[in-house]
Design a protein. Sequence first.
Length: 400
Amino acid sequence: MLDHSNQFYSPAVGDGRFVLQKTGGDGVFDGSTVSVFPGFCDVHVHFREPGFFYKEDMATGTRAAARGGYTAVCAMPNLDPVPDSPEHLEVELEAIRQRASIRVYPYGAITVGEKGEELTDLEGMASGVIAFSDDGRGVQSDSLMRRAMERTKALGKILAAHCEVNDLLRGGYIHDGAYAAAHGHRGICSESEYLQIKRDLELARETGCPYHVCHVSAKESVELIRRAKAQGVDVTCETGPHYLVLDEGDLREEGRFKMNPPLRSQADREALLEGILDGTIDMIATDHAPHSAEEKAGGLEKSAFGVVGLETAFPILYTKLTRPGILPLDRLIDLMAYAPRRRFGIPLEGDQCVWDLEGEWTVDPERFASKGKATPFAGERVYGRCLRTVCGGKIVYTAE
């Protein structure tokens, strides 16, 4: 790997393509015509530090992000300790200060220990977090969620929700659809997602709280959010690359196809694409969720939920949606760079990523910077190779 710790560059703008003009260093890109985009921003990642270093840590997570063109990410709070107080949050903030190579903005938990029983010190954490979330768990109590929204609204923050009705899960671990029925698996019904979204949208309407729905996967969820937006509810939402290009028909009996929410039906995937194109879905977030090889070795039933995605997000979407003419490139860049920053107030200051859009390569998890290797895209041939990522004017990644 080249030493690029003190190298900087400035692009010369042409007709949407750029000639990289390095101001010093190794000269790798001198005279090369490449595509330069704003640094990508992912509002939903799991970097596992503190508490679960064997899955990922701040250094490996941010390196993986930089390899994928990301310069800003928002880290979810399912950690140990959970950032549910200023003291616990400080443990994560110190890790960010010491080991992050890009901008990392932590979430504060909504409830103590993410147990859904007692609200955290939202006011005490507000200055140090990007938003509040109990991601990984839905807040089951209506009254508790209302109080959380009221206090979040008063603080001028966003509440980002993992929407899941626990009573409807029934031990499921993939979508309750055709594949589950054919292969004897227990399914997760779509109602478990969209019924809690429906509740939260009503609470957001009543409280005026800025509300963000995490990892939307069901067609009913898209329609509920579309209607709420038309009614003036302050709501945004995200979906992940895997939900846009895969569905239950792509499932294999491998842990790398297991995530929560699960891959749903073709009709759900088509509804997500429609939502992306008509603006109902505001942004794309990877839900990058690394686990150890052992934790992902139990097939669909016994593996941990979660796949990694930071290093493949743009190439997968560009290859499967933009090149075929389904999703315009400018819309893809808005979904991955501008829209997340607009909603969450994240600056774009000297942040860029440099891509060879004709660069073709095969997804090989063993070459990932992330400790997590579980991806449903292993072995896929994709276009789009990240050549360089610049954060705050500093080069944080250069391709080998």
